[in-house]
Ligand binder design. Structure first.
Ligand code: XMP
Length: 327
């Protein structure tokens, strides 16, 4: 039997009862696979790795070793939430790696988007490898591979980082308990495992994170402007009831400045750009109409609360011609 093929008879997981049945089966399967062995898991805090972490904690407890690498490009509050939920609430064996300075040094002065992505991806593997090397006797690698990753890899659409890559180099056996699930099913399972709503319903977030929303050469202050403006945007979307309705929304802070007036004085500062799109499969995307009162509120808050920003713009470009991210 092909272990990477979802059986036609497999029921779609849509209810808490079906999720519980799936969890019970997987807990059993993982225990049989790893016995008293240890499993290493890169826990980003995204939906898939979080659900796998919660599932593996249930199955093997302290024999799961989670590594959370903070590369500095995470959204506001994310590393703190990972520590709170997994270490404090679920009692996970969690190694938190503060690699912020290291990543920022690596990308300093690098303006080319592809080069930036490449550097961040490579450095991530290096940091993770270093952590793995410090641990002894770990034969298993947990991964948040989901079914669309397998399908896309098979069709050659993209070599998903969850399918091939890390494990080959590391020579470890994979533990992939949600690999036959679609995203919506992973969310139902995550809720049943007791993960917080905002973690399970999280919008997609690129691996290189806020780095691709700080176009050009990244500086700390502009990166902070992206992080703060993104936090305000998310808060106001939630307040306006838009959080579940818009597929992806975020801000970009481009590398140019314009003149303005702040507190009666001339300012020369960046704009923050709002991007809010809807899509089915991220291959094409349409622009969401956001009510003007919400946009005014966001503009007011960003220009007053985010250091270095004196203007707010909105990106009205569908995909194509724009991609969703700016880099
Ligand atoms: P684009 O910009 O290509 O984005 O229209 C399509 C979707 O993919 C997300 N994205 C990424 N996700 N790693 C990821 O896991 C990445 O490197 C990456 N780049 C873009 C993007 O946020 C959007 O949802």
């Amino acid at each position: 039997m092909d272990n990477n093929k979802r059986p036609d008879t497999m029921e779609r997981i849509t209810t808490p009862e079906l999720a519980q049945k799936f969890i019970d089966e997987q807990v059993q399967a993982v225990r049989e696979q790893v016995k008293d062995g240890k499993v290493l898991l890169a826990l980003s805090g995204g939906v898939d790795s979080s659900v796998v972490a919660a599932l593996l904690i249930k199955a093997i407890g302290q024999n799961l070793v989670c590594v959370h690498v903070n590369h500095g490009f995470l959204r506001k509050g994310e590393p703190e939430q990972v520590i709170q939920v997994f270490q404090k609430e679920l009692g996970a064996n969690l190694i938190y790696v503060d690699a912020v300075d290291r990543f920022l040094d690596k990308v300093a002065g690098v303006a080319d988007p592809e080069q930036k992505r490449h550097i961040i991806g490579e450095e991530f593997i290096r940091v993770f490898d270093e952590e793995a090397a410090k641990l002894k006797d770990i034969r298993f690698l947990g991964q948040g591979t989901i079914y669309p990753d397998i399908l896309e890899s098979e069709k050659g659409i993209k070599a998903h980082h969850n399918v091939g890559g890390l494990p080959e180099e590391m020579n470890m056996e994979l533990v992939e308990p949600v690999k036959l699930l679609y995203k919506d099913e992973v969310r139902v399972v995550g809720k049943q495992l007791g993960l917080p709503e905002n973690m399970v319903e999280r919008q997609p977030f690129p691996g290189p994170g806020l780095a691709v929303r700080t176009p050009g050469a990244i500086t700390r202050d502009r990166l902070e402007a992206v992080r703060e403006s993104d936090a305000i945007l998310r808060e106001e979307f939630a307040n306006a009831g838009l959080a579940g309705k818009v597929w992806q929304y975020f801000t970009i802070v481009p590398d140019f400045k314009t003149t303005g007036i702040v507190d009666g004085k001339r300012s020369f500062a960046w704009p923050a750009v709002i991007r809010a799109v809807n899509t089915r499969d991220a291959m094409t995307a349409t622009i969401e109409e956001i009510p003007y009162d919400v946009l005014h509120k966001i503009t007011e808050r960003i220009t007053h609360e985010v250091p270095g920003v004196n203007r707010v713009l909105m990106d009205l470009t569908p995909k194509p011609t724009g991609t969703i991210e700016w880099e």
